[in-house]
Design a protein around this ligand. Structure first.
Ligand code: ZN
Length: 479
């Protein structure tokens, strides 16, 4: 994933959508498209939508901080069978995160806006073909800026592939010539920059690392900002129409094209074992009649999930103590695991909105904030039948633009466990037990096993002290 340092004056969302529409409508043309801020990547893609809930055994691997002083959120999918591809994504994500966290510690992160965001998108998941795009925004030091990379897995061959592997090696020169002619004359490019970009054949795998087929079989190639033109002009997109590109495709590329145009529906990568995590069936017995004026209440809140690995266990812990909680879910995890969100509601818990890809909302425009929140509310409503009424801004970062962009009510917290920073169940439990006060809103995260493991001790100890565990809306309504 070749990336370039962020420039301040990149294009905004409106022109982004327009440019994308132009490029899909007139094949062979290139468009400047860019977005500068994490979470602002609302570009409608002319590729088909993949429903990740249909991918058996899918786990989304997320790791987020919850502090504006070192704000990061990373995610990538772990699909059974695609082990080598998962390992590549993990390596790239961990490398970027380690560099960013080091820059937080030495204080240089704030030079770049102090935020790293890596989100994922499924491009194809059917037949024996899997394609995922990771979008990196922000970061610090080497490799910072905007970067997109597509990762491909060939289930037939049992190996991961690069984007350039979609093209047959014997047709590379013709393919490159077509890409170059699609870029020539575009604002921000000139023959020298194109010579430079296309001159070094050994760097092409890194340069041409974002390719995907459109729903009509064209190949859409995206160049990161600065790769083939002035960084301020943003990304460049060249879409080669189906008739042009098909003769140049590799056998794998042809299979990906076929599954992009007419998905066969089910994904089979030949995994020997596909975990099918049980979804808890706990059902709440009616409305909660706890009177928080009469008894001691506390609202436990769990952010960043649902997690295929840990949320089910958490629901079982809560049910054992008749405890209700509030889950501030991240949209990209909701669409992957809607059954877990349904299970949260069925057990009497409240589900709130924690944005789609966990950006600092205060760095986005009102339109981008609305996009992050609306897309997530729609996913929650699709999963549970109920739209949320509450949202928790990632990192607790909220301002008037954010508040005005949504009708959801913002919920922060009164007790911070810092569980994301200290993965130690005993420490997390103690941080709640030693500090809790009546009517506290406690911040926890159900993407960490140590946080979930801390919950039984929290519930046991506080129950014995007379605490009742209620949702945030219940606490607000009865106070
Ligand atoms: Zn969060």
């Amino acid at each position: 994933m070749r990336t370039h340092r962020l420039l301040p004056s990149l294009l905004l969302l409106g022109s982004l959508a327009l440019a994308t529409a132009c490029s899909s409508g007139s094949p062979g043309t290139a468009s400047g498209t860019a977005t500068a801020r994490p979470g602002a990547s609302a570009a409608p893609s002319p590729t088909r939508t993949v429903d990740p809930a249909r991918i058996k055994g899918l786990q989304i691997v997320s790791d987020n901080s919850e502090s504006t002083s070192c704000a990061w959120a990373t995610s990538y999918p772990d699909v059974p069978g695609a082990t080598a591809m998962t390992a590549e994504m993990k390596k790239d994500v961990q490398w970027r995160l380690a560099a960013f966290r080091a820059s937080c510690e030495d204080g240089s992160a704030s030079d770049d806006g102090g935020e790293l965001n890596i989100s994922h998108q499924f491009l194809v998941a059917s037949g024996d073909v899997l394609g995922v795009r990771l979008t990196t925004l922000g970061g610090s030091g080497a490799g910072s800026g905007l970067g997109r990379r597509t990762y491909w897995y060939d289930g037939g061959a049992g190996r991961s592939r690069t984007a350039l592997d979609l093209v047959d090696s014997g047709s590379r020169e013709a393919f490159l010539a077509a890409l170059r002619s699609g870029l020539e004359g575009r604002e921000g490019t000139d023959p020298d920059t194109l010579d430079q970009a296309f001159g070094d054949r050994s760097a092409l795998t890194g340069e041409l690392d974002d390719m995907a087929f459109t729903a009509t079989g064209g190949l859409r190639v995206t160049f990161d900002p600065g790769a083939v033109g002035a960084g301020a002009a943003g990304s460049y997109v060249v879409t080669l129409p189906k008739a042009t590109v098909t003769p140049w495709l590799s056998a794998f590329g042809k299979r990906v094209q076929e599954q992009s145009v007419s998905p066969s529906g089910s994904l089979d990568l030949g995994a020997t074992a596909t975990p099918t995590p049980a979804v808890p069936t706990h059902t709440a017995s009616g409305d909660d009649d706890t009177d928080c004026e009469q008894v001691k209440c506390v609202a436990l809140t769990f952010d960043d999930g649902p997690s295929a690995t840990y949320t089910a266990t958490l629901l079982t812990h809560l049910a054992q103590y008749d405890a209700r909680a509030t889950f501030f879910t991240v949209g990209q995890n909701v669409v992957a695991h809607p059954a877990l969100v349904r299970a949260e509601v069925r057990a009497g818990n409240e589900v709130g909105n924690h944005s789609y890809s966990h950006p600092d909302l205060t760095k986005l425009t009102a339109e981008e904030v609305a996009y992050q929140l609306n897309r997530t509310s729609a996913a929650i409503k699709a999963a549970t039948g109920q739209a949320p009424t509450l949202f928790r801004p990632p990192y607790g970062a909220v301002n008037s633009t954010v508040r005005q962009a949504t009708r959801l009510s913002a919920v922060l917290w009164t007790l911070d466990t810092e569980d994301w920073k200290y993965p130690d169940a005993a420490r997390v439990a103690q941080s709640v037990i030693s500090k809790v006060k009546r009517n506290d809103v406690v911040l926890l995260h159900d993407i960490h096993p140590t946080s979930v493991a801390a919950v039984p001790q929290i519930l046991r100890t506080l129950s014995a002290q007379g605490y009742h565990f209620v949702t945030v809306s219940h606490l607000r309504a009865t106070m």
